[in-house]
Design a protein around this ligand. Structure first.
Ligand SMILES: CC[C@H](C(=O)O)C(=O)SCCNC(=O)CCNC(=O)[C@H](O)C(C)(C)COP(=O)(O)OP(=O)(O)OC[C@H]1O[C@@H](n2cnc3c(N)ncnc32)[C@H](O)[C@@H]1OP(=O)(O)O
Ligand SMILES: [Co+2]
Length: 134
């Protein structure tokens, strides 16, 4: 069911500093910050030859990543995103396996304009999993 690794997301305490570090120290192709108010984050995408890095910074006062950054003030890997062909079929299958789909199970439109869902980290070895329909 899951396909390519679409991105690895890193929550950062300073989006500009992290962007400059990837651009200057790591020589990566770094995009511009993109506010995603529906998700409570500002994101910066870094294009790699085989996947993307998604830098995340809280946006607004009820960001879902605020708690993560409080616990990890230097930042840290926040989630991985796998691609799926059919996100509703994936959701229903995962629910049948007992996995918790976060929210009410209705996909939201993510940063790439595609439907996304999240699976609880406690059900996937402490790793927050995002699914993106491509
Ligand atoms: C623009 C969209 C973009 C895209 O790719 O298109 C995005 O990726 S948006 C990304 C931001 N949105 C989300 O992350 C939505 C899904 N996340 C959530 O709903 C929350 O972050 C949640 C429920 C995973 C955790 O929320 P919170 O930290 O407030 O809850 P708890 O403190 O109760 O945490 C419960 C338990 O889980 C551990 N935890 C929390 N976050 C993570 C994480 N990222 N990775 C691994 N584990 C995580 C936390 O430490 C708690 O564990 P415990 O042992 O009980 O302390
Ligand atoms: Co993501």
């Amino acid at each position: 069911m899951i396909g390519r690794l679409n991105h690895v997301a890193i929550a950062v305490p300073d989006l500009e500093a992290a962007s400059n570090q990837y651009r200057n120290a790591l020589g990566a192709k770094v995009g511009d910050p993109q506010d995603e108010p529906d998700h409570g984050v500002t994101v910066v995408f870094i294009e790699l030859p085989n996947t993307k890095i998604e830098l995340l910074y809280p946006l607004g006062d009820s960001s879902p990543i605020a708690g993560f950054l409080e616990k990890n003030p230097s930042g840290g890997i926040h989630h991985v995103c796998y691609e799926v062909d059919d996100i509703l079929a994936a959701r229903d299958h995962l629910r049948e396996t007992g996995a918790r789909v976060l929210g009410d199970g209705t996909p939201k439109i993510g940063a790439h304009g595609k439907p996304v869902l999240f699976l609880h980290p406690k059900d996937f070895n402490g790793c927050l999993v995002e699914l993106e329909q491509v």
